[in-house]
Design a protein around this ligand. Structure first.
Ligand SMILES: Nc1ncnc2c1ncn2[C@@H]1O[C@H](COP(=O)(O)OP(=O)(O)OP(=O)(O)O)[C@@H](O)[C@H]1O
Ligand SMILES: [Mg+2]
Length: 497
């Protein structure tokens, strides 16, 4: 039999068997169980919804599904999209092209070169797969036919306008995959319909525990020569330590469950109350002072907080403090507590911030640290405010393990975090960090406001970085500016990561 006949026969056998196609034709590493179930579902069910954990192989199986569909159905069409061009080209289409190129049996069709949009795989006139950006809904218009498959990757971030355009396509099959990171949106609606048992819908959850490596550490994956990339026990354990099993991150990235709300409480109320009741640990350490400045006329308060590694030492808050008085209070408090001038931080982004250094200079403080909450936050945080708030959260975590600092730490903080590699084997010297105390004798009448403001701080992981809820939303909920919490966050900006 000629090779093309053999291929035609094999493709006919694969028509409704994507698993066979995957192994016999593509020759890729075997699909794991849930990937198989998703691929089968696309054969039998019009709409397949896949809320999935982080790195469990959803984009990878989508590539197999696309190649199987297009190759076994002459005249078929596929439209794919994802949250961004980068995701579309470098994840989904990179997987499609790699699998097409690397197939054990040479597949028909030509893939487009480079990273321009649309990405294409052409098999003949009116027989193609195309990857469109999720930014332009016009691109999705006017595709009809018998075997139209639509694949939406990273579906939580895809706009309603794109889904509206997709719904008007008259597709044969729809496959929607992604981290279920948003409480609302079309992905959520499709999911709700699927779990309500609507005919024509199927839902396949892919949790982190569905990864074949969920019980293996990174080291074990490497030692066994397994292909790297799927979620491991190391990653799951890390999420447990960093965010906790009650967190939104755990719910969406590990359990693959949709959240009820888009944000999570940054500091659990129980942690805040523990700090209030905690006895201050013995010892002295570097002291820090933060000042959030208000106009001294309206409702907003000027807040000064002095603290060290073990807790808060002084709180001053009032809405009647002028800039001159504020600088005087800083000078007095820094003298009283022995705060080095570069451990004084002030809000340089606020209304008076750009001027306040002059008032500080007038009282002899020339090396105070200006704070801009909107400044860069590094690779894990959207901005400095989020990064600093995260440090505060970590310091108030009653269960956080730390290393006993071997020697005085030049950065000031005595509590460096355990690194990822060390999580597998906690070092013998690790212990739970001493409580951070925010005692009644210090907070006085300000406690109830401080408690409320800290408990109202919310964060999310919408994109790859941790971000705080917009301050305007927080202010709307509180009915005031969170000046006390802001001063605490600013204080934490001086602590090492
Ligand atoms: N069955 C499999 N066998 C071997 N490697 C796999 C398998 N499935 C996926 N991978 C690899 O695992 C990694 C993660 O896969 P993929 O990007 O598809 O996951 P994802 O769930 O889409 O991740 P993300 O949450 O980042 O979107 C990739 O490097 C991929 O090559
Ligand atoms: Mg993916």
């Amino acid at each position: 039999m000629a090779r093309s006949d053999e291929l035609a026969e094999l493709l006919a056998d694969c028509y409704d068997d994507p698993g066979l196609f995957h192994e016999a034709i593509l020759g890729r590493s075997p699909l794991h169980k849930k990937q198989e179930a998703i691929a089968r579902s696309v054969q039998t069910t019009p709409i397949t919804v896949v809320p999935a954990a982080h790195a469990v192989g959803k984009s990878w199986v989508a590539a197999t599904i696309a190649l199987h569909w297009i190759t076994t159905r002459p005249g078929a069409k596929i439209v794919t999209t994802s949250v961004s061009n980068n995701q579309l080209v470098n994840v989904l289409w990179s997987a499609i092209k790699t699998a097409h190129r690397g197939a054990k049996i040479k597949l028909p069709g030509r893939t487009s070169e480079g990273s321009s949009i649309p990405q294409r795989l052409d098999l003949g006139p009116d027989w193609f797969a195309v990857g469109w950006s999720a930014k332009r809904s016009e691109s999705f218009a006017g595709l009809h036919g018998e075997d139209v498959l639509v694949i939406v990757d990273e579906a939580s971030g895809v706009d309603q306008a794109i889904f509206d355009a997709i719904e008007s396509l008259g597709y044969t099959r729809l496959l929607v995959l992604g981290n279920p990171i948003r409480a609302t949106g079309h992905f959520r609606t499709l999911y709700d319909q699927a779990v309500a048992g609507t005919p024509g819908y199927a839902c396949h959850h892919l949790t982190a525990f569905d990864s074949p490596y969920a019980h293996l550490t990174d080291d074990e994956v490497r030692a066994n020569g397994l292909p790297f990339g799927l979620t491991t026990k190391t990653w799951i354990d890390r999420v447990r330590v960093l965010f906790g099993e009650a967190s939104l991150y755990w719910r969406t990235r590990v359990q693959a469950l949709f959240p009820d709300e888009d944000h999570d409480q940054l500091i659990p109320s129980e942690w805040i109350d523990r700090a209030y009741l905690a006895k201050r640990a013995p010892g002295n350490s570097t002291r820090y002072l933060s000042i959030d400045i208000s106009k001294g006329t309206g409702r907003d308060r000027t807040v000064l907080i002095v603290a060290d590694d073990f807790g808060v030492l002084e709180v001053v808050a009032a809405n009647t403090i002028s800039l001159t008085e504020a600088a005087n209070i800083v000078a007095r408090a820094s003298l009283k507590w022995g705060v080095a001038h570069d451990n004084i931080v002030y809000d340089a982004g606020g209304w008076a911030g750009s001027d306040f250094h002059r008032y500080l200079e007038a009282v002899g403080i020339v090396s105070a640290t200006p704070y801009h909450g909107s400044a860069k936050g590094g690779h894990r945080f959207k901005n400095r405010r989020a990064r600093s708030a995260w440090k505060l959260r970590r310091r108030l975590d009653p269960d956080r393990a730390v290393l006993i600092a071997p020697a005085p730490n030049p950065t000031g903080s005595v509590f460096p975090e355990i690194s990822r590699q060390q999580l597998d084997k906690p070092p013998a010297t690790s212990h739970v960090q001493p409580a951070f105390s925010i005692p009644p004798a210090v907070t006085g009448a300000h406690w109830s406001d401080l408690r409320e403001e800290l408990a109202e701080l919310k964060y999310s992981h919408m994109e790859s970085k941790i971000e705080l809820e917009a301050k305007s939303d927080l202010m709307t909920r509180l009915g005031r500016s969170p000046d006390l919490a802001d001063a605490m966050i600013m204080l934490a900006s001086l602590w090492s990561d």
